[in-house]
Write a protein that binds this ligand. Structure first.
Ligand code: MEV
Length: 452
């Protein structure tokens, strides 16, 4: 492959020119171009939609869009769209959904729905004077943003509060305006950021114009204005519960009580051990990210927030809690989820629109309930496997198809391999050997004969 050099003006090139340029780094440029073009949408108008989501786009990167059926959430049935590349995730969610569907399903509660934005500024002056003037400043900021907030207020949202936070013990002269917003069914990033930039402009004017400040107090250096992806007050709780007797038969080697005990220990371990907690929570986000992607939500924001929340008492811990008491098993996930069902990609991506339609066009709080539930379902499935037969058995069965595809197996070979691995342990080598055997039995037989 040729050495990479700095490319000037790449963004100004047409899509074909970009593709041609990048193709020169490949052994076979024509093959690269044809491979990438094979993923273009047949309909140029639809392709344009995807091209315009981002910059410098040269093709589409496909991910599987699957359905996890039979979620009973607060008594309502959902078939949940999930976009994820990892095998076993949709299967695990579906199995958990089915398992809980005849045990009362999942129950949810919205704890809170507000989001935070901050204007970070440096100022050297009399804080008591500023505190006294805060109500006036707040009114001015609310007035200044009235054209931005009008629609949101009509939909039941808007600015909830603006507080002054003194951070001077951390950084000399550092203060924040910490604003709380209700953004109803939108994730609200643009709305919040637009309000914050107006607050910042008002703040500067306030300091420079107000007669109450001395000359040296008139300078306010706004460092930045941005929403916080940490939303500990936009939280949903989801749980399942059943009699321990109902766990009987969940595993052939464990009684219901033994299963509940092992499950409880696994969750306790994820509460006290940071290495296990990270993997445990990753399993929760397998489900949450998949539905976030399917509905056009920002999974990076959701993940960042969830992990911070998991560390809110100073140590990173499991986001789930289990209780096994008085013959009852109860498993709960509490997670912050700043989601939207209007605006942004949720209304632009054609498949996000279909996902939301399949879910019955939920509002943001309903989507919070569904998403958290899918996270809990995935985590329940993972822990159930881990404390019983281990995850590799099921995982490798699902992974079998990936290995077969890597080996270029035909449909007939895939069918034979599926039957063969009903009983055998799946590994890359075992699958490769089987395929080799199927393709040239005599060669393998000879190798076996020669003791290789
Ligand atoms: C794999 O994607 C997720 C798990 O590792 C989660 C867990 O260990 O709890 C199975």
């Amino acid at each position: 492959m040729k050495e990479k050099e700095i490319i000037c003006g790449f963004s100004k090139l047409t899509k074909d020119q970009k593709l041609n340029h990048i193709s020169t780094y490949f052994e076979n440029p024509a093959d690269f171009i044809s491979e990438l073009k094979s993923y273009y949408h047949d309909d140029p108008d639809k392709q344009k939609i995807f091209d315009e989501f981002s910059e410098n786009t040269v093709s589409n990167f496909f991910f599987p869009f699957g359905i996890s059926p039979n979620f009973v959430i607060d008594g309502k049935v959902y078939h949940v769209p999930m976009v994820i590349e990892e095998s076993s995730v949709v299967a695990a969610a579906s199995k958990s959904a089915k398992f809980w569907s005849d045990k009362g399903g999942f129950h949810t509660e919205i704890i809170s729905t507000t989001k935070i934005g901050q204007v970070h500024f440096i100022w050297h002056g009399n804080i008591e004077k500023l505190r006294t003037l805060m109500p006036d400043l707040k009114d001015r900021m609310i007035e200044r943003t009235s054209s931005i907030t009008a629609n949101m207020i009509e939909r039941g949202g808007g600015i909830v509060d603006i507080e002054l936070v003194d951070m001077t013990d951390k950084i000399d002269g550092y203060y924040q305006l910490k604003a709380t917003f209700e953004t109803v069914d939108s994730m609200g990033a643009n709305f919040i950021n637009s309000c914050l930039e107006e607050f910042a402009a008002e703040l500067r004017e306030f300091f420079s114009e107000s007669p109450y400040f001395k000359e040296e107090e008139r300078v306010c250096e706004v460092i930045m204005s941005i929403l916080s992806n940490y939303t500990p007050d936009c939280v949903v709780k989801t749980w399942v519960e059943c009699d321990i007797d109902q766990l009987e038969g969940i595993d052939e080697d464990l009684s219901g009580e033994q299963f509940a005990w092992k499950f409880e220990k696994a969750v306790q371990i994820a509460t006290v051990d940071v290495h296990r907690a990270t993997t445990h929570n990753k399993g929760i986000f397998n489900g949450i990210d998949a539905i976030a992607l399917a509905t056009g939500n920002d999974f990076r924001a959701i993940e960042a927030c969830g992990h911070t929340y998991a560390a809110r008492d100073g140590q990173y811990r499991s986001l789930t809690e289990v209780t096994v008491e008085n013959g009852k098993f109860r498993y709960t996930l509490t997670v912050p989820l700043a989601l939207g069902t209007v605006g942004g990609l949720t209304t632009l991506h054609p498949l996000a629109k279909k996902s939301l339609e399949l879910l019955g066009n939920p509002g943001a709080t309903e989507l919070m309930r569904i998403s958290a539930t899918v996270g809990l379902a995935n985590n329940f499935g993972a822990i159930k496997s881990l404390v019983t037969k281990g995850i590799q058995k099921g995982h490798m069965k699902m992974h079998l198809l990936n290995i077969l595809n890597q080996l270029g197996a035909t449909e007939d070979e895939k069918e034979k391999a599926k039957v063969h691995f009903e009983e055998e342990k799946v590994s890359y080598n075992a699958v490769a050997t089987l395929i080799e055997n199927l393709r040239s039995p005599s060669k393998t037989e000879k190798a076996v004969y020669a003791g290789k």
